[in-house]
Design a protein around this ligand. Structure first.
Ligand code: GDP
Length: 445
């Protein structure tokens, strides 16, 4: 099951639960079973899934929930937190500091994408002003040095390696020393892989680590290896001080569950994911954003970060933010949003991260712009009461006819605009209760 399918199955299970009139033990069990099935099909390790199910049942005690509590929200929240917990080992990995030399050693099986990922990691940091360098200590695979050299040259990153020397430890030490002298602040050591886990590989890894004393060991894992992920990650963890995980090939038909298993096995966070063969197909990994997307809740942490970024740019900031946190969405807000969309203003960046945003008019193509302008003309013919009310019932048939006439549009078009409004209001209502905007630690629910 590819990641998108996993997300789809989980959100469908939650949706089905939301559709139930009463949420009782049976409905909760059905929902959890559905989610369990989806996670297992995505190759999350059985024990992890079972623990998650037990934990949720412990947290959500339906009988204890006082009447009036929003059970759905509590259940959804519990699922969100449990999934985050699975992906969050509880301690951050070592983070290299710009300007201070750090050695980062990459380990993983052959074909996992290790060499590609080393370059991506170097390139990512180079773009942010670091001075990275690459050392090829893979003397096992013929062509490994050529590959690294080619990638490094393309990205204009200094590299070190040898066609003659067969001792990976010697190359690694020389490379690290050379780049320390050159004041590189991120020295990346690519080590050998093997087709399978074997003693020789782990021994070599241990020796390279002992000689170069890396600040961080990154385990690179191919996301498509399925249920094997847990054991493979554990084997690497036992032989090297793995401190972080990078999951590659998330763009393919990957079973995303492997990432969850690798975190559990190594007790180390996923720090990046590879999403393609190209150098810049590489993304930082954020647990909350990942799980939010899985649950079809939009990218909440990205959204909250964005709020902080754009808030200073919003003129009508206090009222709008107040309304955001109340989940209130009036036609006037929609009008203001449309104005923003037309200017590609800050709000359009925000709304693009919300759940259901893919259905929003985008404002950047001709057709959408025409539609937005048409809607705005109709709204120009509305009264203040209509624009500021959250009660759609006040928009009666006679009012629709009046708005159509006033704006020179068809009744059908006005009705279509109201449908759009109702849909957006529903999306907006999910923001009820969000706290705005202290950096970090913002709960989406
Ligand atoms: P190594 O043996 O572990 O060093 O693996 P390589 O870096 O040589 O990668 C093996 C193959 O996987 C190459 O064809 C890479 O282009 C490809 N690859 C690496 N990362 C990704 C990724 O994130 N997405 C995709 N689609 N391919 C990748």
């Amino acid at each position: 099951m590819v990641l998108a399918e996993l997300g789809g199955s989980i959100s469908r299970a939650l949706q089905q639960m939301s559709n139930a009139t009463v949420i009782d033990e049976k409905v909760l069990n059905e929902c959890l079973n559905e989610i369990t099935r989806a996670l297992l099909q995505s190759d999350v390790q059985f024990k992890l899934v079972r623990d998650m199910q037990t934990n949720i049942k412990k947290i959500v005690n339906l009988e204890d929930l006082a009447a009036g509590h929003n059970k759905r929200r509590i259940i959804q929240n519990a699922i969100f937190n449990e999934l985050c917990k699975m992906l969050d080992p509880g301690k951050p990995s070592f983070t290299p500091k710009k300007g201070k030399p750090s050695v980062v050693m990459f380990v993983g099986l052959q074909g996992s994408g290790k060499t590609t990922t080393c370059t991506k990691y170097a390139y990512y940091h180079q773009k942010k002003g670091w001075k990275p360098a690459l050392v090829c200590a893979d003397t096992f695979r013929a062509g490994a040095f050529d590959q690294l050299k080619q990638n490094a040259t393309k990205a204009k990153i200094p590299f070190y390696g040898s066609y003659m020397e067969s001792d990976p430890v010697k190359i690694a030490v020389e490379g690290v020393e050379t780049f320390k002298k050159e004041n590189c602040d991120l020295i990346i050591v690519d080590t050998s892989g093997r087709h399978k886990q074997e003693a020789a590989l782990f021994e070599e890894m241990r020796q390279v680590a002992e000689a170069t004393k890396p600040d961080l060991v990154v385990f690179v894992m191919d996301s498509s290896i399925g249920q094997a992920a847990f054991d493979q990650a554990l084997a690497f963890k036992q032989s090297a001080a793995v401190g972080a995980v990078i999951v590659t090939k998330m763009d393919g038909h990957a079973k995303g569950g492997g990432a969850l298993s690798a975190v559990a096995a190594t007790k180390s966070p996923v720090i990046f994911i590879g999403t393609g063969e190209h150098m810049d197909e590489f993304e930082g990994f954020d647990v909350k954003a990942f799980v939010s997307r899985l649950l079809g809740m939009g990218d909440w942490s990205g959204f909250m970060d964005k709020i902080q970024e754009v808030v200073p740019k919003l003129d009508n900031q206090p009222e709008l933010l107040q309304k955001l946190s109340e989940g209130t969405f009036t036609l006037r807000i929609m009008y203001e949003q449309f104005q923003n969309l037309l200017q590609m203003g800050p709000l359009s960046q925000l709304t693009s991260m919300l759940p259901g945003a893919e259905l929003m008019p985008k404002g950047n193509d001709k057709e959408s712009q025409a539609k937005i302008k048409r809607y705005m003309t109709m709204m120009d013919s509305m009264t203040n009461e209509e624009l500021d009310s959250t009660n759609t019932k006040i928009i009666t048939e006679s009012r629709i006819v009046r708005i159509a006439r006033g704006s020179g549009r068809l009744v059908r078009e006005v009705m279509e605009m109201f449908e759009e409004y109702k849909r957006l209001a529903k999306i907006w209502s999910k923001m009820k209760g969000i706290k705005i905007p202290k950096k970090g630690g913002i709960s989406p629910l």
